[in-house]
Design a protein around this ligand. Structure first.
Ligand code: PLP
Length: 386
């Protein structure tokens, strides 16, 4: 029937411009094609179990309480707890919006700041969602290099070079996905100095801020007033499926916009999740975060060492999160190497998924036991004929 209707002149569907060319990330594309029994060095998803006290509180709340909508920006007590994480900003509850994961906070922040045609500085390499969100907001991603030859460390000259008269916002992520590197206090100060007086907003992705292996990373908001923090509990408390994130900032003009947009996007994040998340900063929760730091730190060191011993390859030394970048240039192109690994039941992500600077690298996530990682490296060795 639709064919006839179309012949009679019904216009064909045209995808809105803001969505044209939008694709699922290469991370997902590789994951979806994995063979049964694959070792997963691909997804950035904690394998540690969600702590029992959170599960128990969520079931209690489900059984004993009525769980209707909360106010759009979230339960006030939860917003208070989030505000307390940033004492230097002296935030009130209206400066925090609880979102469905930090992903929603990030999308809402871009949509609230960027206008069509604005430039947004994005690290190269970085999490592919920034590029997608900027495009959805009809902005232009402009990349600043985190040079591969310097283990992807921040470089202020690269950052300054990328600023244009149309720059409206810039993204920083520390600890970084995909590199596992941390922006130092000096890096963040240099960024603040470069942006002072420009009116440019900084979107600071702090989703991995509790997963650090040496010193706790600084929030960019300590150095620069126009910062919007996006963060959440997904990674530090193994709560990816619970969808608890937030946007926080001392800038009311942005928080008001995020608040309104969030109401229309999702109304509120799950009430059960919000109530259980009130326990996200208790002693038990802090102990769970410390445990996660200890586990991932040990695994990262183990894996980097194994790559050297078994494959003769160098991987960046992780400072936080649960990623390392493996230099596979001696074995060829990253897409090709990742494909060979995939066919031998090891999921990795080709560096190019995160930007041109990571070409020739694989992002390896170490959300696996040492035993599984050793098996994964053995399979990679076989796949590469090393
Ligand atoms: C850098 C980064 N930011 C944000 C997110 C989104 O996480 P969530 O929405 O679960 O908080 C992820 C998830 O992988 C990520 O790696």
């Amino acid at each position: 029937m639709s064919a006839t209707v179309e012949q009679t002149g019904t216009p064909e569907f045209v995808l809105p411009k803001r969505l044209q060319g939008l694709q699922p990330t290469l991370i997902r594309q590789f994951f979806e094609r994995a063979l049964p029994g694959s070792i997963n060095f691909g997804l950035g998803e904690p394998d540690l179990p969600t702590p029992d006290f959170l599960r128990e509180e969520a079931s209690r709340v489900t059984l004993e309480e009525q769980n209707g909508y909360t106010s759009h920006p979230g339960i006030p007590a939860l917003r208070e707890k989030i505000a307390e994480q940033y004492p230097h900003l002296d935030l009130g509850i209206s400066d925090v919006v609880v979102t469905c994961g930090s992903q929603e906070a990030m999308t809402a922040a871009f949509l609230s700041i960027i206008d069509a045609g604005d430039d947004v500085l994005v690290p190269n390499p970085s999490f592919p969602a920034y590029d997608a969100c900027v495009r959805i907001a009809q902005g232009n991603p402009v990349y600043y290099r985190l040079p591969a030859e310097k283990e992807f460390a921040f470089n202020i000259e690269e950052f300054k070079r990328a600023i244009t008269p149309k720059t409206k916002a810039a993204v920083v992520i520390s600890p970084s996905n995909p590199t596992g590197k941390i922006f130092t206090a000096s890096d963040l100060k240099q960024i603040a100095e470069a942006l002072e007086g420009t009116g440019i907003y900084l979107i600071s992705d702090e989703i991995y801020s509790d997963l650090f292996f040496t010193e706790r990373p600084h929030s960019a908001s300590k150095f620069y007033d126009r910062t919007v923090i996006v963060s959440g509990l997904s990674k530090s408390l193994s709560m990816t499926g619970w969808r608890l994130g937030w946007a926080a900032s001392s800038r009311p003009e942005v928080m008001k916009a995020i608040h309104v947009l969030h109401g229309f996007l999702t109304v509120c994040t799950s009430t059960i999740t919000q109530k259980a998340s009130l326990l996200g900063w208790t002693e038990e929760a802090e102990a769970a975060k410390q445990h996660a730091r200890d586990v991932y730190k040990k695994r990262g060191a183990f894996l980097v060492d194994l790559f050297q011993k078994e494959l003769g390859l160098t991987a960046t030394s992780p400072e936080g999160a649960f990623y390392t970048m493996l230099d596979i240039r001696t074995y060829g192109d990253d897409l090709d190497v990742a494909e060979r690994c995939l066919q031998n039941r090891v999921i990795t992500v080709p560096g190019v998924a995160f930007g041109s600077e990571a070409k020739g690298f694989l992002r390896i996530s170490f959300c696996n036991t040492e035993e599984r990682m050793a098996e994964g490296v053995a399979r990679m060795k076989e796949a590469l004929g090393a």
